[in-house]
Design a protein around this ligand. Structure first.
Ligand SMILES: *Cc1c(COP(=O)(O)O)cnc(C)c1O
Length: 864
């Protein structure tokens, strides 16, 4: 019999245990080891059974145990001390407070998913975990972030695997009362609400849950409330559940509702309004439109409001895979915005922002990433390589520029070290290196011996083996209630065998089954009598992706072969909880995406922080950080004729590496049983990678490179009743109108002989037709450098030419509307040399001359 309704009855804790309540409701417990250990101590079995969930642990305590705890003075003292420590953490100045005045007072961060702890499953994969790590590091650094997202009743989904290997999804409904959430309320006690006007005079209402993530507040919008008609209660039912209209409704709520919730929260708590808005991928992009509407309400026109929004918005793109980008039918978007949803905003202006009206675009399509880039003056990809790929991918929004100049920067992702470092690693650092900061200690020090590190690895591997056995047994029991699990489950995997891990979502490009390319060869690797290998695999396929489910099935079927079962395991229901044991427990973390489709990839970073070595295609972060000592690079066969050939080549390289490099190094033991060479790589990984891979490094970069400059630009535009924004908007309009008449006329050069030599100075003078603009409106640049045989300039240097009023007027009489510009460059290098001249718009409100996507080049330089 199933219950038709369920709720969680909270225990009533005596006053002496108040501290426990407070510690359980701030998610700082998810990365604060002493607090975790306190909850574990309350009931170790419940701590395990609840998947490390303090609120659930408190819920399992019976009256007798509570009475016992209420009398336990040592425990009470410990809890109170931890509460004091939490208060200190929340109140004391941190890194951000040491920055010079003028940093933004508040920064909004919007994301469709947040992966903070297994106990709050509001994520599907890397994007969400990254958002969670961003909030945690922002908290640790004291960065005043206010975050917003959606509260999905069923999160993503729970995965089980049928006996024939097929993924089965279920959608357990979360009970907010059992989660670390509180309702945002008005002073009179009524719950705060946001409301969105919908077509046909309908309205979407949402309640606002608050989550305390250390110092950061996360607001989650929830449509499952009685004010909504039934069909709208399910808007926030699942993460990435529906398509089309359902997805659009979610994104309207996320972007527009998110800004409204943040405003309400600021008013109700007396905290500052955000000066900068950061959107994690395009899903939250409607936030810019809501802000435009507010600014129009404050007296600006659309164009000036757009300038303010652009200056204050940061957009991070996360995927070079087209399926990862939300696109809607323009008709659908038009219907939703032809309402009173956004007062003052014309639907045509909305549609223009998301239109794919460039070469290669699709008509009548509304593209969220394109809108994101148009609404944000600052944008970035998530690794160096992904920055390059994004500049190419979105280059058509800046026609006339080489992709290197497309204004999309990159900030490489990081991972939150206190969350992702196993406590055994932290303990070793504390004992031997006298610090708990594992990202900033000297792992090369003799204080940590090779034997210490090797026994650490053994401990972590054994923990993974235990966890895998427990998970497989539990999954089997859940599918065969009452039956006894197969005996071999208790000997699954081996705590001393070289262990390779592979876990991630299962989109095709991640190639879950590349390792099965040559099944016989894999079998012989696994079953090698001298140097055996075992592989632990996990990952969820999107419920609508049957192709992904077939990949899982193929792998599970292979893993079920009697000869190799126990050496290759697929663990069902990959989540943060599993990941926290899996990454540290693997000796080698495998990643074999189709380069360059992995934007960054973060699981390998989390593994590295625990001393696992990476074995990966040179994609995402690994392309940036592989150094020959910290793991292995699988060569990618980008140039292969077709995908089958490419898979064959790359799988072959993978097998070769395991057989000839990975396994031999792992099993090459000294007399003490320690693989010295392997341990060297572990030390090297921990000491060089950990600091670089930390989310603290990432968040500092966001602050310094994007948030602070965005706030500065915004203040310039909004001062004196937004005088700057009005001027910039008017200027932009003038430039756009005049631009077709701007051109480069005659270009003359001198200073070099018939045979130019190194050391000569090239003088260039160019005549520019200004189309009615003034010389202050433009920059005239000399682009110069080496050229290829097709005359293409290779990464040319740029020199701004200066207005030149003095020169002889004979050859180039300036007409009323043209001006001369001149400058010189030394010829520093022998070899081919070329140059050209171009004109760009110039304004102090722009981040660069490229921003507007307007350019006039000297005739001949733009030929294909
Ligand atoms: C880190 C993490 C991911 C993302 O891993 P990628 O390597 O970026 O694919 C996905 N799921 C969980 C549970 C994670 O912890």
């Amino acid at each position: 019999m199933k219950a038709i309704r369920r709720f969680t009855v909270q225990p009533v804790l005596p006053e002496s245990l108040d501290a426990l309540d407070e510690l359980a409701t701030n998610l700082r417990w998810s990365w604060h080891l002493p607090t975790r250990e306190l909850f574990e101590q309350l009931s170790p079995p419940a701590w395990e059974a609840t998947g490390h969930d303090p609120i659930a642990v408190l819920g399992t305590l019976d009256a007798a145990r509570i009475a016992e705890l209420a009398d336990d003075e040592r425990l009470i003292a410990r809890a109170n001390a931890l509460r004091d420590d939490l208060h200190d953490y929340l109140g004391k100045p941190r890194w951000y407070q040491s920055l010079p005045d003028g940093v933004p007072q508040s920064i909004a961060y919007l994301s469709p998913e947040f992966g903070i702890a297994a106990a709050l499953p509001q994520y599907s994969g890397g994007l969400g975990i990254l958002a969670g790590d961003h909030l945690k590091s922002a908290s640790d650094l004291g960065v005043p972030v206010i975050a917003a997202g959606l509260f999905y009743r069923s999160g993503y989904f729970a995965q089980a695997i049928s006996s024939d290997g097929w993924q089965q999804e279920s959608y357990p409904v979360l009970d907010p009362d059992g989660l670390p959430l509180t309702v945002l309320r008005h002073p009179d006690g009524t719950a705060a609400r946001v409301v969105l006007a919908l077509p046909d005079d309908r309205a979407l209402h949402a309640r606002i849950w608050q989550v305390a993530v250390g110092r950061v507040t996360l607001l989650l919008l929830d449509s499952d409330i009685p004010e909504n008609e039934d069909s709208l209660r399910s808007v926030t039912d699942r993460l990435y559940g529906g398509g089309g209209e359902h997805r659009l409704l979610q994104e309207l709520l996320l972007g527009i509702g998110g800004v409204r919730a943040i405003d309400l929260h600021a008013r109700l708590t007396g905290t500052p309004l955000p000066e900068v808005f950061h959107t994690n991928e395009g899903h939250a992009g409607f936030l810019g439109l809501e802000r435009i509407s507010n600014l129009i309400g404050g007296g600006l026109n659309f164009a000036a409001a757009l300038e303010v929004v652009r200056a204050s918005t940061v957009f991070t793109t996360h995927t070079p895979v087209p399926a990862g980008i939300d696109r809607f039918e323009a008709d659908l978007v038009e219907r939703y915005f032809s309402t009173s949803l956004l007062p003052g905003v014309a639907v045509a202006d909305v549609l223009a922002l998301g239109a794919e009206d460039y070469e290669g675009g699709t008509e009548d399509t509304f593209n969220m990433a394109v809108m994101g880039l148009r609404l944000a003056q600052r944008a970035n990809g998530v690794s160096k390589l992904h920055g390059e790929v994004s500049r190419r991918m979105f280059g058509s929004l800046w026609p006339g520029f080489d992709s290197e100049e497309v204004p999309i920067a990159s900030i490489t992702n990081g991972v939150h070290a206190p969350t992702w470092t196993d406590r055994a690693v932290t303990r070793l650092a504390a004992e031997k290196l006298e610090t708990t900061d594992t990202t900033a200690c000297d792992w090369l020090s003799d204080a940590v011996t090779d034997a210490d590190l090797w026994s650490l690895r053994g401990e972590l591997r054994a923990k993974l083996v235990d966890d895998a056995r427990r998970r497989m047994t539990a999954a089997w029991t859940a599918q065969h209630p009452g039956a006894v699990p197969p005996a071999w489950y208790s000997t699954l995997l081996d705590p001393d065998t070289l262990t390779i891990g592979f876990a991630r979502r299962v989109p095709t490009y991640k190639r879950l089954t590349l390792m099965l390319h040559d099944e016989d060869r894999l079998r012989s690797i696994l079953l090698d009598p001298e140097r055996p290998v075992q592989i632990v695999v996990a990952g969820k396929s999107h419920p609508a992706d049957d192709e992904g489910k077939r990949l899982i099935q193929r792998l599970v079927r292979f893993a079920n072969e009697p000869a190799i079962r126990g050496r290759l395991v697929f663990l069902p229901n990959y989540d943060i909880g599993m990941a926290q044991t899996l990454y540290p427990g693997t000796d080698v973390w495998l990643n074999n995406p189709l380069r360059p489709l992995e934007a960054c990839g973060t699981s390998g970073m989390k593994a590295a922080m625990n001393g696992s070595l990476n074995l990966s295609i040179l994609d995402g972060w690994w392309a940036e950080f592989f150094d020959g000592e910290n793991g292995w690079a699988i060569p990618s066969a980008d140039a292969a004729g077709d995908s089958a050939e490419r898979d064959a080549l790359e799988a072959g390289a993978l097998y070769d590496l395991i057989e000839h490099q990975v396994a031999p190094r792992f099993y090459d033991r000294g007399e003490d049983g320690v693989p010295t060479r392997w341990v060297e790589s572990i030390r090297h990984t921990l000491s060089t990678l950990s600091p670089q891979l930390s989310a603290d490094r990432m968040v500092r970069e966001y602050v310094e490179r994007l948030y602070v400059p965005a706030a500065a630009s915004t203040r310039v535009l909004t001062a004196e009743d937004a005088k700057g924004a009005r001027e910039l908007a008017a200027w932009r309009q003038r430039i756009v109108q005049a631009w077709p008449a701007v051109s480069v006329g005659n270009v003359e050069s001198g200073g070099v002989d018939a045979v130019p030599q190194v050391g000569d100075e090239l003088h260039v003078r160019a005549q520019v037709h200004l189309g009615g603009l003034s010389i202050d409106d433009v920059t005239v640049q000399l682009l110069h450098g080496s050229v290829r045989s097709d005359d293409d300039l290779l990464a040319p240097e740029r020199l701004a030419l200066e207005p030149d009023e003095s020169g002889p007027s004979g050859a180039m009489p300036p007409d009323a509307d043209s001006a001369r510009f001149a400058g010189s460059v030394p010829l520093a290098k022998a070899g081919s040399f070329g140059y050209t001249v171009r004109v760009l718009p110039r304004h102090p409100g722009l981040t660069s001359g490229v921003e507007l996507g307007l350019v006039a080049v000297a005739p001949g330089s733009d030929r294909a």
